[in-house]
Design a protein around this ligand. Structure first.
Ligand code: 13P
Length: 287
């Protein structure tokens, strides 16, 4: 069922595990993630960036597809449909389109403007029972053309935003989107602990889940991270499996050109990646 992310994340924080946010791009992606969550009896968050929303023909199309799939596939685990790194306008559009959760990424504004815009969205989400993620300290790497420097968030600013009544908070702790460079310094657990100290029980969000070593993931969860975002890793798994199918010439034999066959190995690869992450995050059987 489509639900806000609030309850699943509070349960995760209390139970010392994390719920995965997996970004979707199309029908195959969405089906793979929903079926894996059901098979693993795990709560799940479907992430939609503004670019992916546009690609999938708009937020209303996404809401229709996800709701239809939950019903037709008999998905009974909690599912949140969440806008990833939303602009202020994008967040409002997703609220109107029927998303159950939104992120407003005001990290590139001054803290005053981030507070003003986040406050407006807190009120709108509260009225409708939706969950809201806010961000302090931008996440490095590139996503939909937005390049963040991978800052470490100021714990005092985190507290100011948390106190507005958001559901969960993404704080930059040296994490970046996409593959990590060879010389990456790792997550700043010092920053994470300082943020946790200030914000108390608020579930924290770790972006850039692709390629973070298992021991760092576990430590981050022990320090209050209850939501971990994964995007690139599913894309890489899909790409590698699709490449293997074509390089093996399978698209050229029989009806191997049928899109339902051509996309099947990539679909299975996404399922395997999502399952592996759910095991690592500890969310299996927590639905
Ligand atoms: P990755 O693409 O690095 O997994 O990051 C995903 C993310 O944080 C989406 O917001």
């Amino acid at each position: 069922m489509l639900v806000s992310a609030k309850e699943m994340l509070n349960k995760a924080r209390e139970g010392k595990y994390a719920v995965g946010q997996f970004n979707i791009n199309n029908l195959e992606w969405t089906k793979a993630i929903l079926l894996t969550a059901q098979e693993c009896n795990s709560p799940v968050i479907l992430g939609v960036s503004e670019g992916a929303g546009k690609y999938m023909c708009g937020y209303k199309t996404v809401v229709g597809m996800v709701k239809g799939m939950i019903e037709e596939l008999n998905i009974t685990v909690p599912v949140a449909l969440h806008l990833d790194h939303g602009s202020f306008e994008g967040a409002k559009a997703c609220i109107n389109a029927g998303f159950s959760s939104v992120m407003f990424d005001g990290s590139h504004y001054s803290i005053e403007e981030n507070i003003a815009k986040t406050t407006e969205l807190v009120n709108a989400c509260n009225v409708l029972g939706l969950s809201l993620e806010a961000e302090v300290g931008s996440i490095g790497g590139e996503e939909d053309g937005v390049i963040g420097a991978g800052e470490c968030a100021d714990p005092n600013e985190c507290k100011m935003i948390a106190d507005l009544g958001v559901t969960m908070l993404a704080a930059g702790i040296g994490n970046i989107h996409g593959k990590y460079p060879e010389n990456w310094a790792g997550l700043s657990f010092e920053t994470l602990a300082a943020v946790k100290e200030k914000v108390g029980d608020m579930p924290l969000v770790l972006h850039g889940g692709t390629g973070i070593p298992a021991d760092m993931i576990k430590k981050a969860i022990s320090l209050g991270v209850a939501k971990i975002n994964v995007n690139t890793e599913c894309q890489l798994a899909f790409q590698a499996a699709t490449r293997e199918y074509i390089e093996a010439g399978k698209d050229l034999s029989g009806k191997g050109f049928d899109p339902r066959k051509l996309l099947a190995p990539g679909f299975e690869a996404i399922k395997a990646t999502v399952k592996e992450k759910m095991e690592l995050f500890g969310s299996i059987n927590k639905a």
